[in-house]
Design a protein around this ligand. Structure first.
Ligand code: PAF
Length: 280
């Protein structure tokens, strides 16, 4: 079946309604374009869980706290559409900024759990923008399911919270982080790394694995994280924002490892901010 491109809310709602009234289930994969293998794995997962897959592409201005980041966010609609077609999605929803935020727009969705920590502590307002646009997408599309990557674990946590709190009838399917061969977590922003930065970028994940190994052998969590931070920063190229272990269910900081724990890290490499998380 050919990929169908839809740009208005009325049209996406009506297409999904048609599918659902014909007994089909629908899964949404929200993206901001700049698609890589991580996004494609979400489309593959969506195909497993539903009959019809809708991919949205919208570079959401309200979640960027840095105007340069928004301006230079990588994306190429034609290339993205080719990848989506190849992966076998059925519909793409590509709204304009005006379609999403028409004049007079003045509502915000703010989740108050799982914030003030990790990325939110460094990107104030970012998750309000994410929560608002994701709520809109859920209500606009009316899908039965949605897929999100675990790479943005805090985002996933906040989205699960808002679905529960606002009784949105959608089931969230998380999908594991997809990595390059050298362990670097895939991200659209990796395209902005220069050659030298790209070469050292996997050191973030390597430092995380080393810290995990120390912790799992009985070492102190705070010492392992401190040491990892120190080593990354001593190499001169990384500026670490956070490197810490939290409970993956409550997002609370922990000092004793358990199977629920995750190690979270974010660091700047030049002008590019890398984030990653792994299970302990
Ligand atoms: O993860 C992303 O790409 C974005 O934050 C999302 C979920 C598509 C909302 O704009």
């Amino acid at each position: 079946m050919a990929l169908e491109i839809v740009r208005s809310v009325a049209e996406i709602r009506s297409r999904v309604n048609d599918y659902k009234s014909n007994g089909k289930t629908v899964c949404l994969v929200p993206t901001m374009g700049g698609l890589h293998a991580g996004h494609l794995s979400l489309i593959a997962k969506a195909k497993e869980v539903a009959d019809i897959v809708v991919v949205s592409i919208f570079v959401n201005p309200t979640q960027f706290n840095n105007p340069d980041d928004f301006e230079t966010y990588p994306g190429d609609e034609e290339k993205d559409l080719e990848s989506i077609t190849r992966e076998g999605a059925d519909l793409v929803f590509i709204p304009t900024v005006n379609e999403m935020y028409p004049e007079g727009f003045s509502t915000e969705v703010k989740v108050t759990a799982g914030i003030d920590i990790l990325c939110d502590a460094h990107r104030p307002g970012h998750f309000d923008g994410v929560a608002t646009v994701v709520t809109k997408l859920f209500l606009q599309v009316g899908a039965n399911f949605a897929c999100f990557g675990e790479k943005d674990y805090q985002q996933l946590f906040i989205i699960k919270r808002l679905v529960t709190d606002l009784n949105i009838p959608i089931i969230i399917h998380p999908a594991p982080t997809v990595r390059e061969n050298d362990g670097l977590a895939m991200s659209s922003r990796n395209a902005r790394l220069n050659k030298a930065e790209r070469k050292v970028a996997p050191q973030l994940n390597q430092a995380m694995q080393l810290a995990r190994e120390k912790i799992n052998k009985g070492g102190s969590i705070s010492k392992a994280c401190e040491k990892a931070k120190e080593q990354l920063e001593s190499k001169d190229h990384f500026k670490v924002e956070y490197f810490e272990v939290r409970c993956g269910e409550s997002m609370v900081l922990v000092d004793k490892p358990s199977s629920k724990c995750r190690l979270f890290a974010a660091a700047w490499l030049g002008d590019v901010r890398l984030i990653d998380n792994i299970k302990l």
